[in-house]
Design a protein around this ligand. Sequence first.
Ligand SMILES: *Cc1c(COP(=O)(O)O)cnc(C)c1O
Length: 363
Amino acid sequence: MVKRVYNFYAGPATLPFSVIEKASKNVLEFNNLGISILEISHRAIEFDKVIKEAQKDIKEIMNLDDNYHVLFLQGGASLQFHMIPLNLMLESKPALYVNTGAWSKKAIKESKIIDENNTKVVASSEDKNFTYIPKEIPCDSSASYLHITTNNTIYGTEYHFFPDTGDVPLVADMSSDILNRNLDFKKFALIYAGAQKNLGPAGTTLVIIRDDLVKRTENKKLPTLLNYKTHVEKDSLFNTPSVFAVYVVHLVLKWIKDEMGGLKNVEKLNRKKAELLYSTIDDMSDFYRGTAEKDSRSLMNVTFRLPSEELEKRFVEKAAERDLIGLKGHRSVGGIRASIYNAFPYEGVEKLVEFMRDFRKNS
Ligand SMILES: *Cc1c(COP(=O)(O)O)cnc(C)c1O
């Protein structure tokens, strides 16, 4: 037996234990081939099957048609901050951004590197320290695209509505809430997510791109590896992908389909976990204070404060003694952050809530 603690880290993050068990067997020997998944060629027919199945499962789970391409790239979500404006920005058609926190800011910075004058921030929640998602998001019909960050990992806010952008492509960084609920994914022209929060281990980045956007690269002279067209044409096998990470993502997708029974059930469980935690915070509002505005609260990263930084420090230490680890807020904002991604078990939230009651009583 393996000892498991409750892992509240924001990323890399907790994975379904059944996935870890399967992966560990295949680290020893993959599919009775006499070699490990760590040793297999990315050109081997068995790996081809893995990546193709993952692409198919993504489309099935998200209900996307064949006009979308599913890519597994490297460089993290952070490289997408640059690849998106590099590939998709059109001359004198502004790239629009909503600034909802640190990750949005990094995306905006990269767009400004491509063309400062053609990058426009159309809405922001910086006036209230990123505690909410702006309600009014103007979208100029002549824009190249509109970029949003659907879940703000550091500030604990999440979109619960999406702007209507008409014909303007909607581009979304879903790194920390990908596949956490059932959405109309066809609303989006490009979705990207580093795998390490809700999809698998670190090392691969999911990019889902609609076909018409790939065509925008045709008149551009781009570095080969930074051109979406390269990866679409070679089906994510232009160069060696992160074989093991893609393999584990493929297992997580099977887990969503077969063990969880699809996105609707994933969403139900995520809502149940978040409700238990937020209602506990609100019930003890003399001691715990949620940092995000109620209608913008994240299902994935629950952020809150205690009466003092000293108490927060003790809270994190005492929680760890009960096998509740990774509760320290991001270093840029402080406080407490409980990341409760898809694979985080309900019992772990119950344990945290019990601890929160005890801690308040004893403080
Ligand atoms: C973690 C995170 C990123 C950065 O991802 P990398 O894969 O480390 O580049 C970007 N956006 C959001 C919303 C994140 O949570």
